[in-house]
Ligand binder design. Structure first.
Ligand code: AMP
Length: 210
């Protein structure tokens, strides 16, 4: 099989908070040699750095609400215009609603590009909540309180899960069972990508080893 014939690796990873998408996203991005672009991380870095952007979004993030689309999409457009994202990227946490799906399609379409795969990490609600509580204890994130977690999961179910319908219609979605050990889930992701001819360079067919 020809490994990743087009050489492009433009991925999204989508899943509820606590699905492990951050951790898995980093592994996929590293294996394919593309940057992981996580909007939540970018916003949090701006909040802790006290930037203008950080000041604008801090209250929104602490409530677990969504930052306005125009602001978020502009941030992503700027990031994806950087040279290191020319051949690919892994987006984590964006797009998060229909408006952002359209913004991304317009931006990529303008460059003559499209997505190669959307990785959907499936984790039952109860499992997500347990993992988020664990993370709250370990990392002390200000948006990992009980009330804010409930708000973020509700927004996921209402606004983010439906975007998968758009990508399913384009046959881009790889549904992955997110319950299991970290390694098991990683392997499932690499196997699913490989089934679409998306194989990390130099990985000998096993992206997890890269
Ligand atoms: P995350 O780490 O992906 O859970 O993101 C943390 C917070 O950042 C979210 O609860 C939102 O307040 C904000 N955020 C991250 N990504 C987006 C996005 N694509 N659209 C709007 N807000 C976002």
């Amino acid at each position: 099989m020809t490994a990743n014939p087009t050489g492009s690796a433009r991925f999204l990873i989508v899943g509820p908070q606590g699905s492990g998408k951050g951790t898995q996203g980093v592994l996929v991005a590293e294996a394919f040699g593309v940057p992981q672009v996580a909007t939540g991380d970018i916003f949090r870095a701006n909040v802790s750095g006290g930037t203008e952007l950080g000041k604008r979004v801090q209250a929104i993030i602490e409530a677990g609400d969504l930052v306005p689309d125009a602001l978020t999409s502009e941030l992503v457009r700027d990031r994806l215009a950087q040279p290191d994202a020319a051949a690919g990227f892994l987006l984590d946490g964006y797009p998060r609603n229909r408006g952002q799906v359209d913004d991304l399609a317009e931006f990529l379409g303008g460059r003559g590009e499209g997505l190669d795969a959307v990785i959907e990490l499936e984790v039952p609600r109860e499992e997500s909540i347990t993992r988020l509580h664990d993370r709250a204890v370990k990392q002390g994130r200000t948006d990992d309180t009980e009330e804010v977690i409930a708000n973020r999961l509700a927004i996921y179910e209402r606004e983010t899960a439906p975007i998968l319908d758009v990508y399913r219609a384009q046959d881009l979605v790889l549904a992955i069972d997110g319950v299991g050990t970290l390694d098991q889930v990683t392997q499932r992701i690499f196997d699913a990508l490989a089934s679409r001819g998306l194989i990390a360079q130099g990985s000998g067919g096993n992206g997890a080893a890269a």
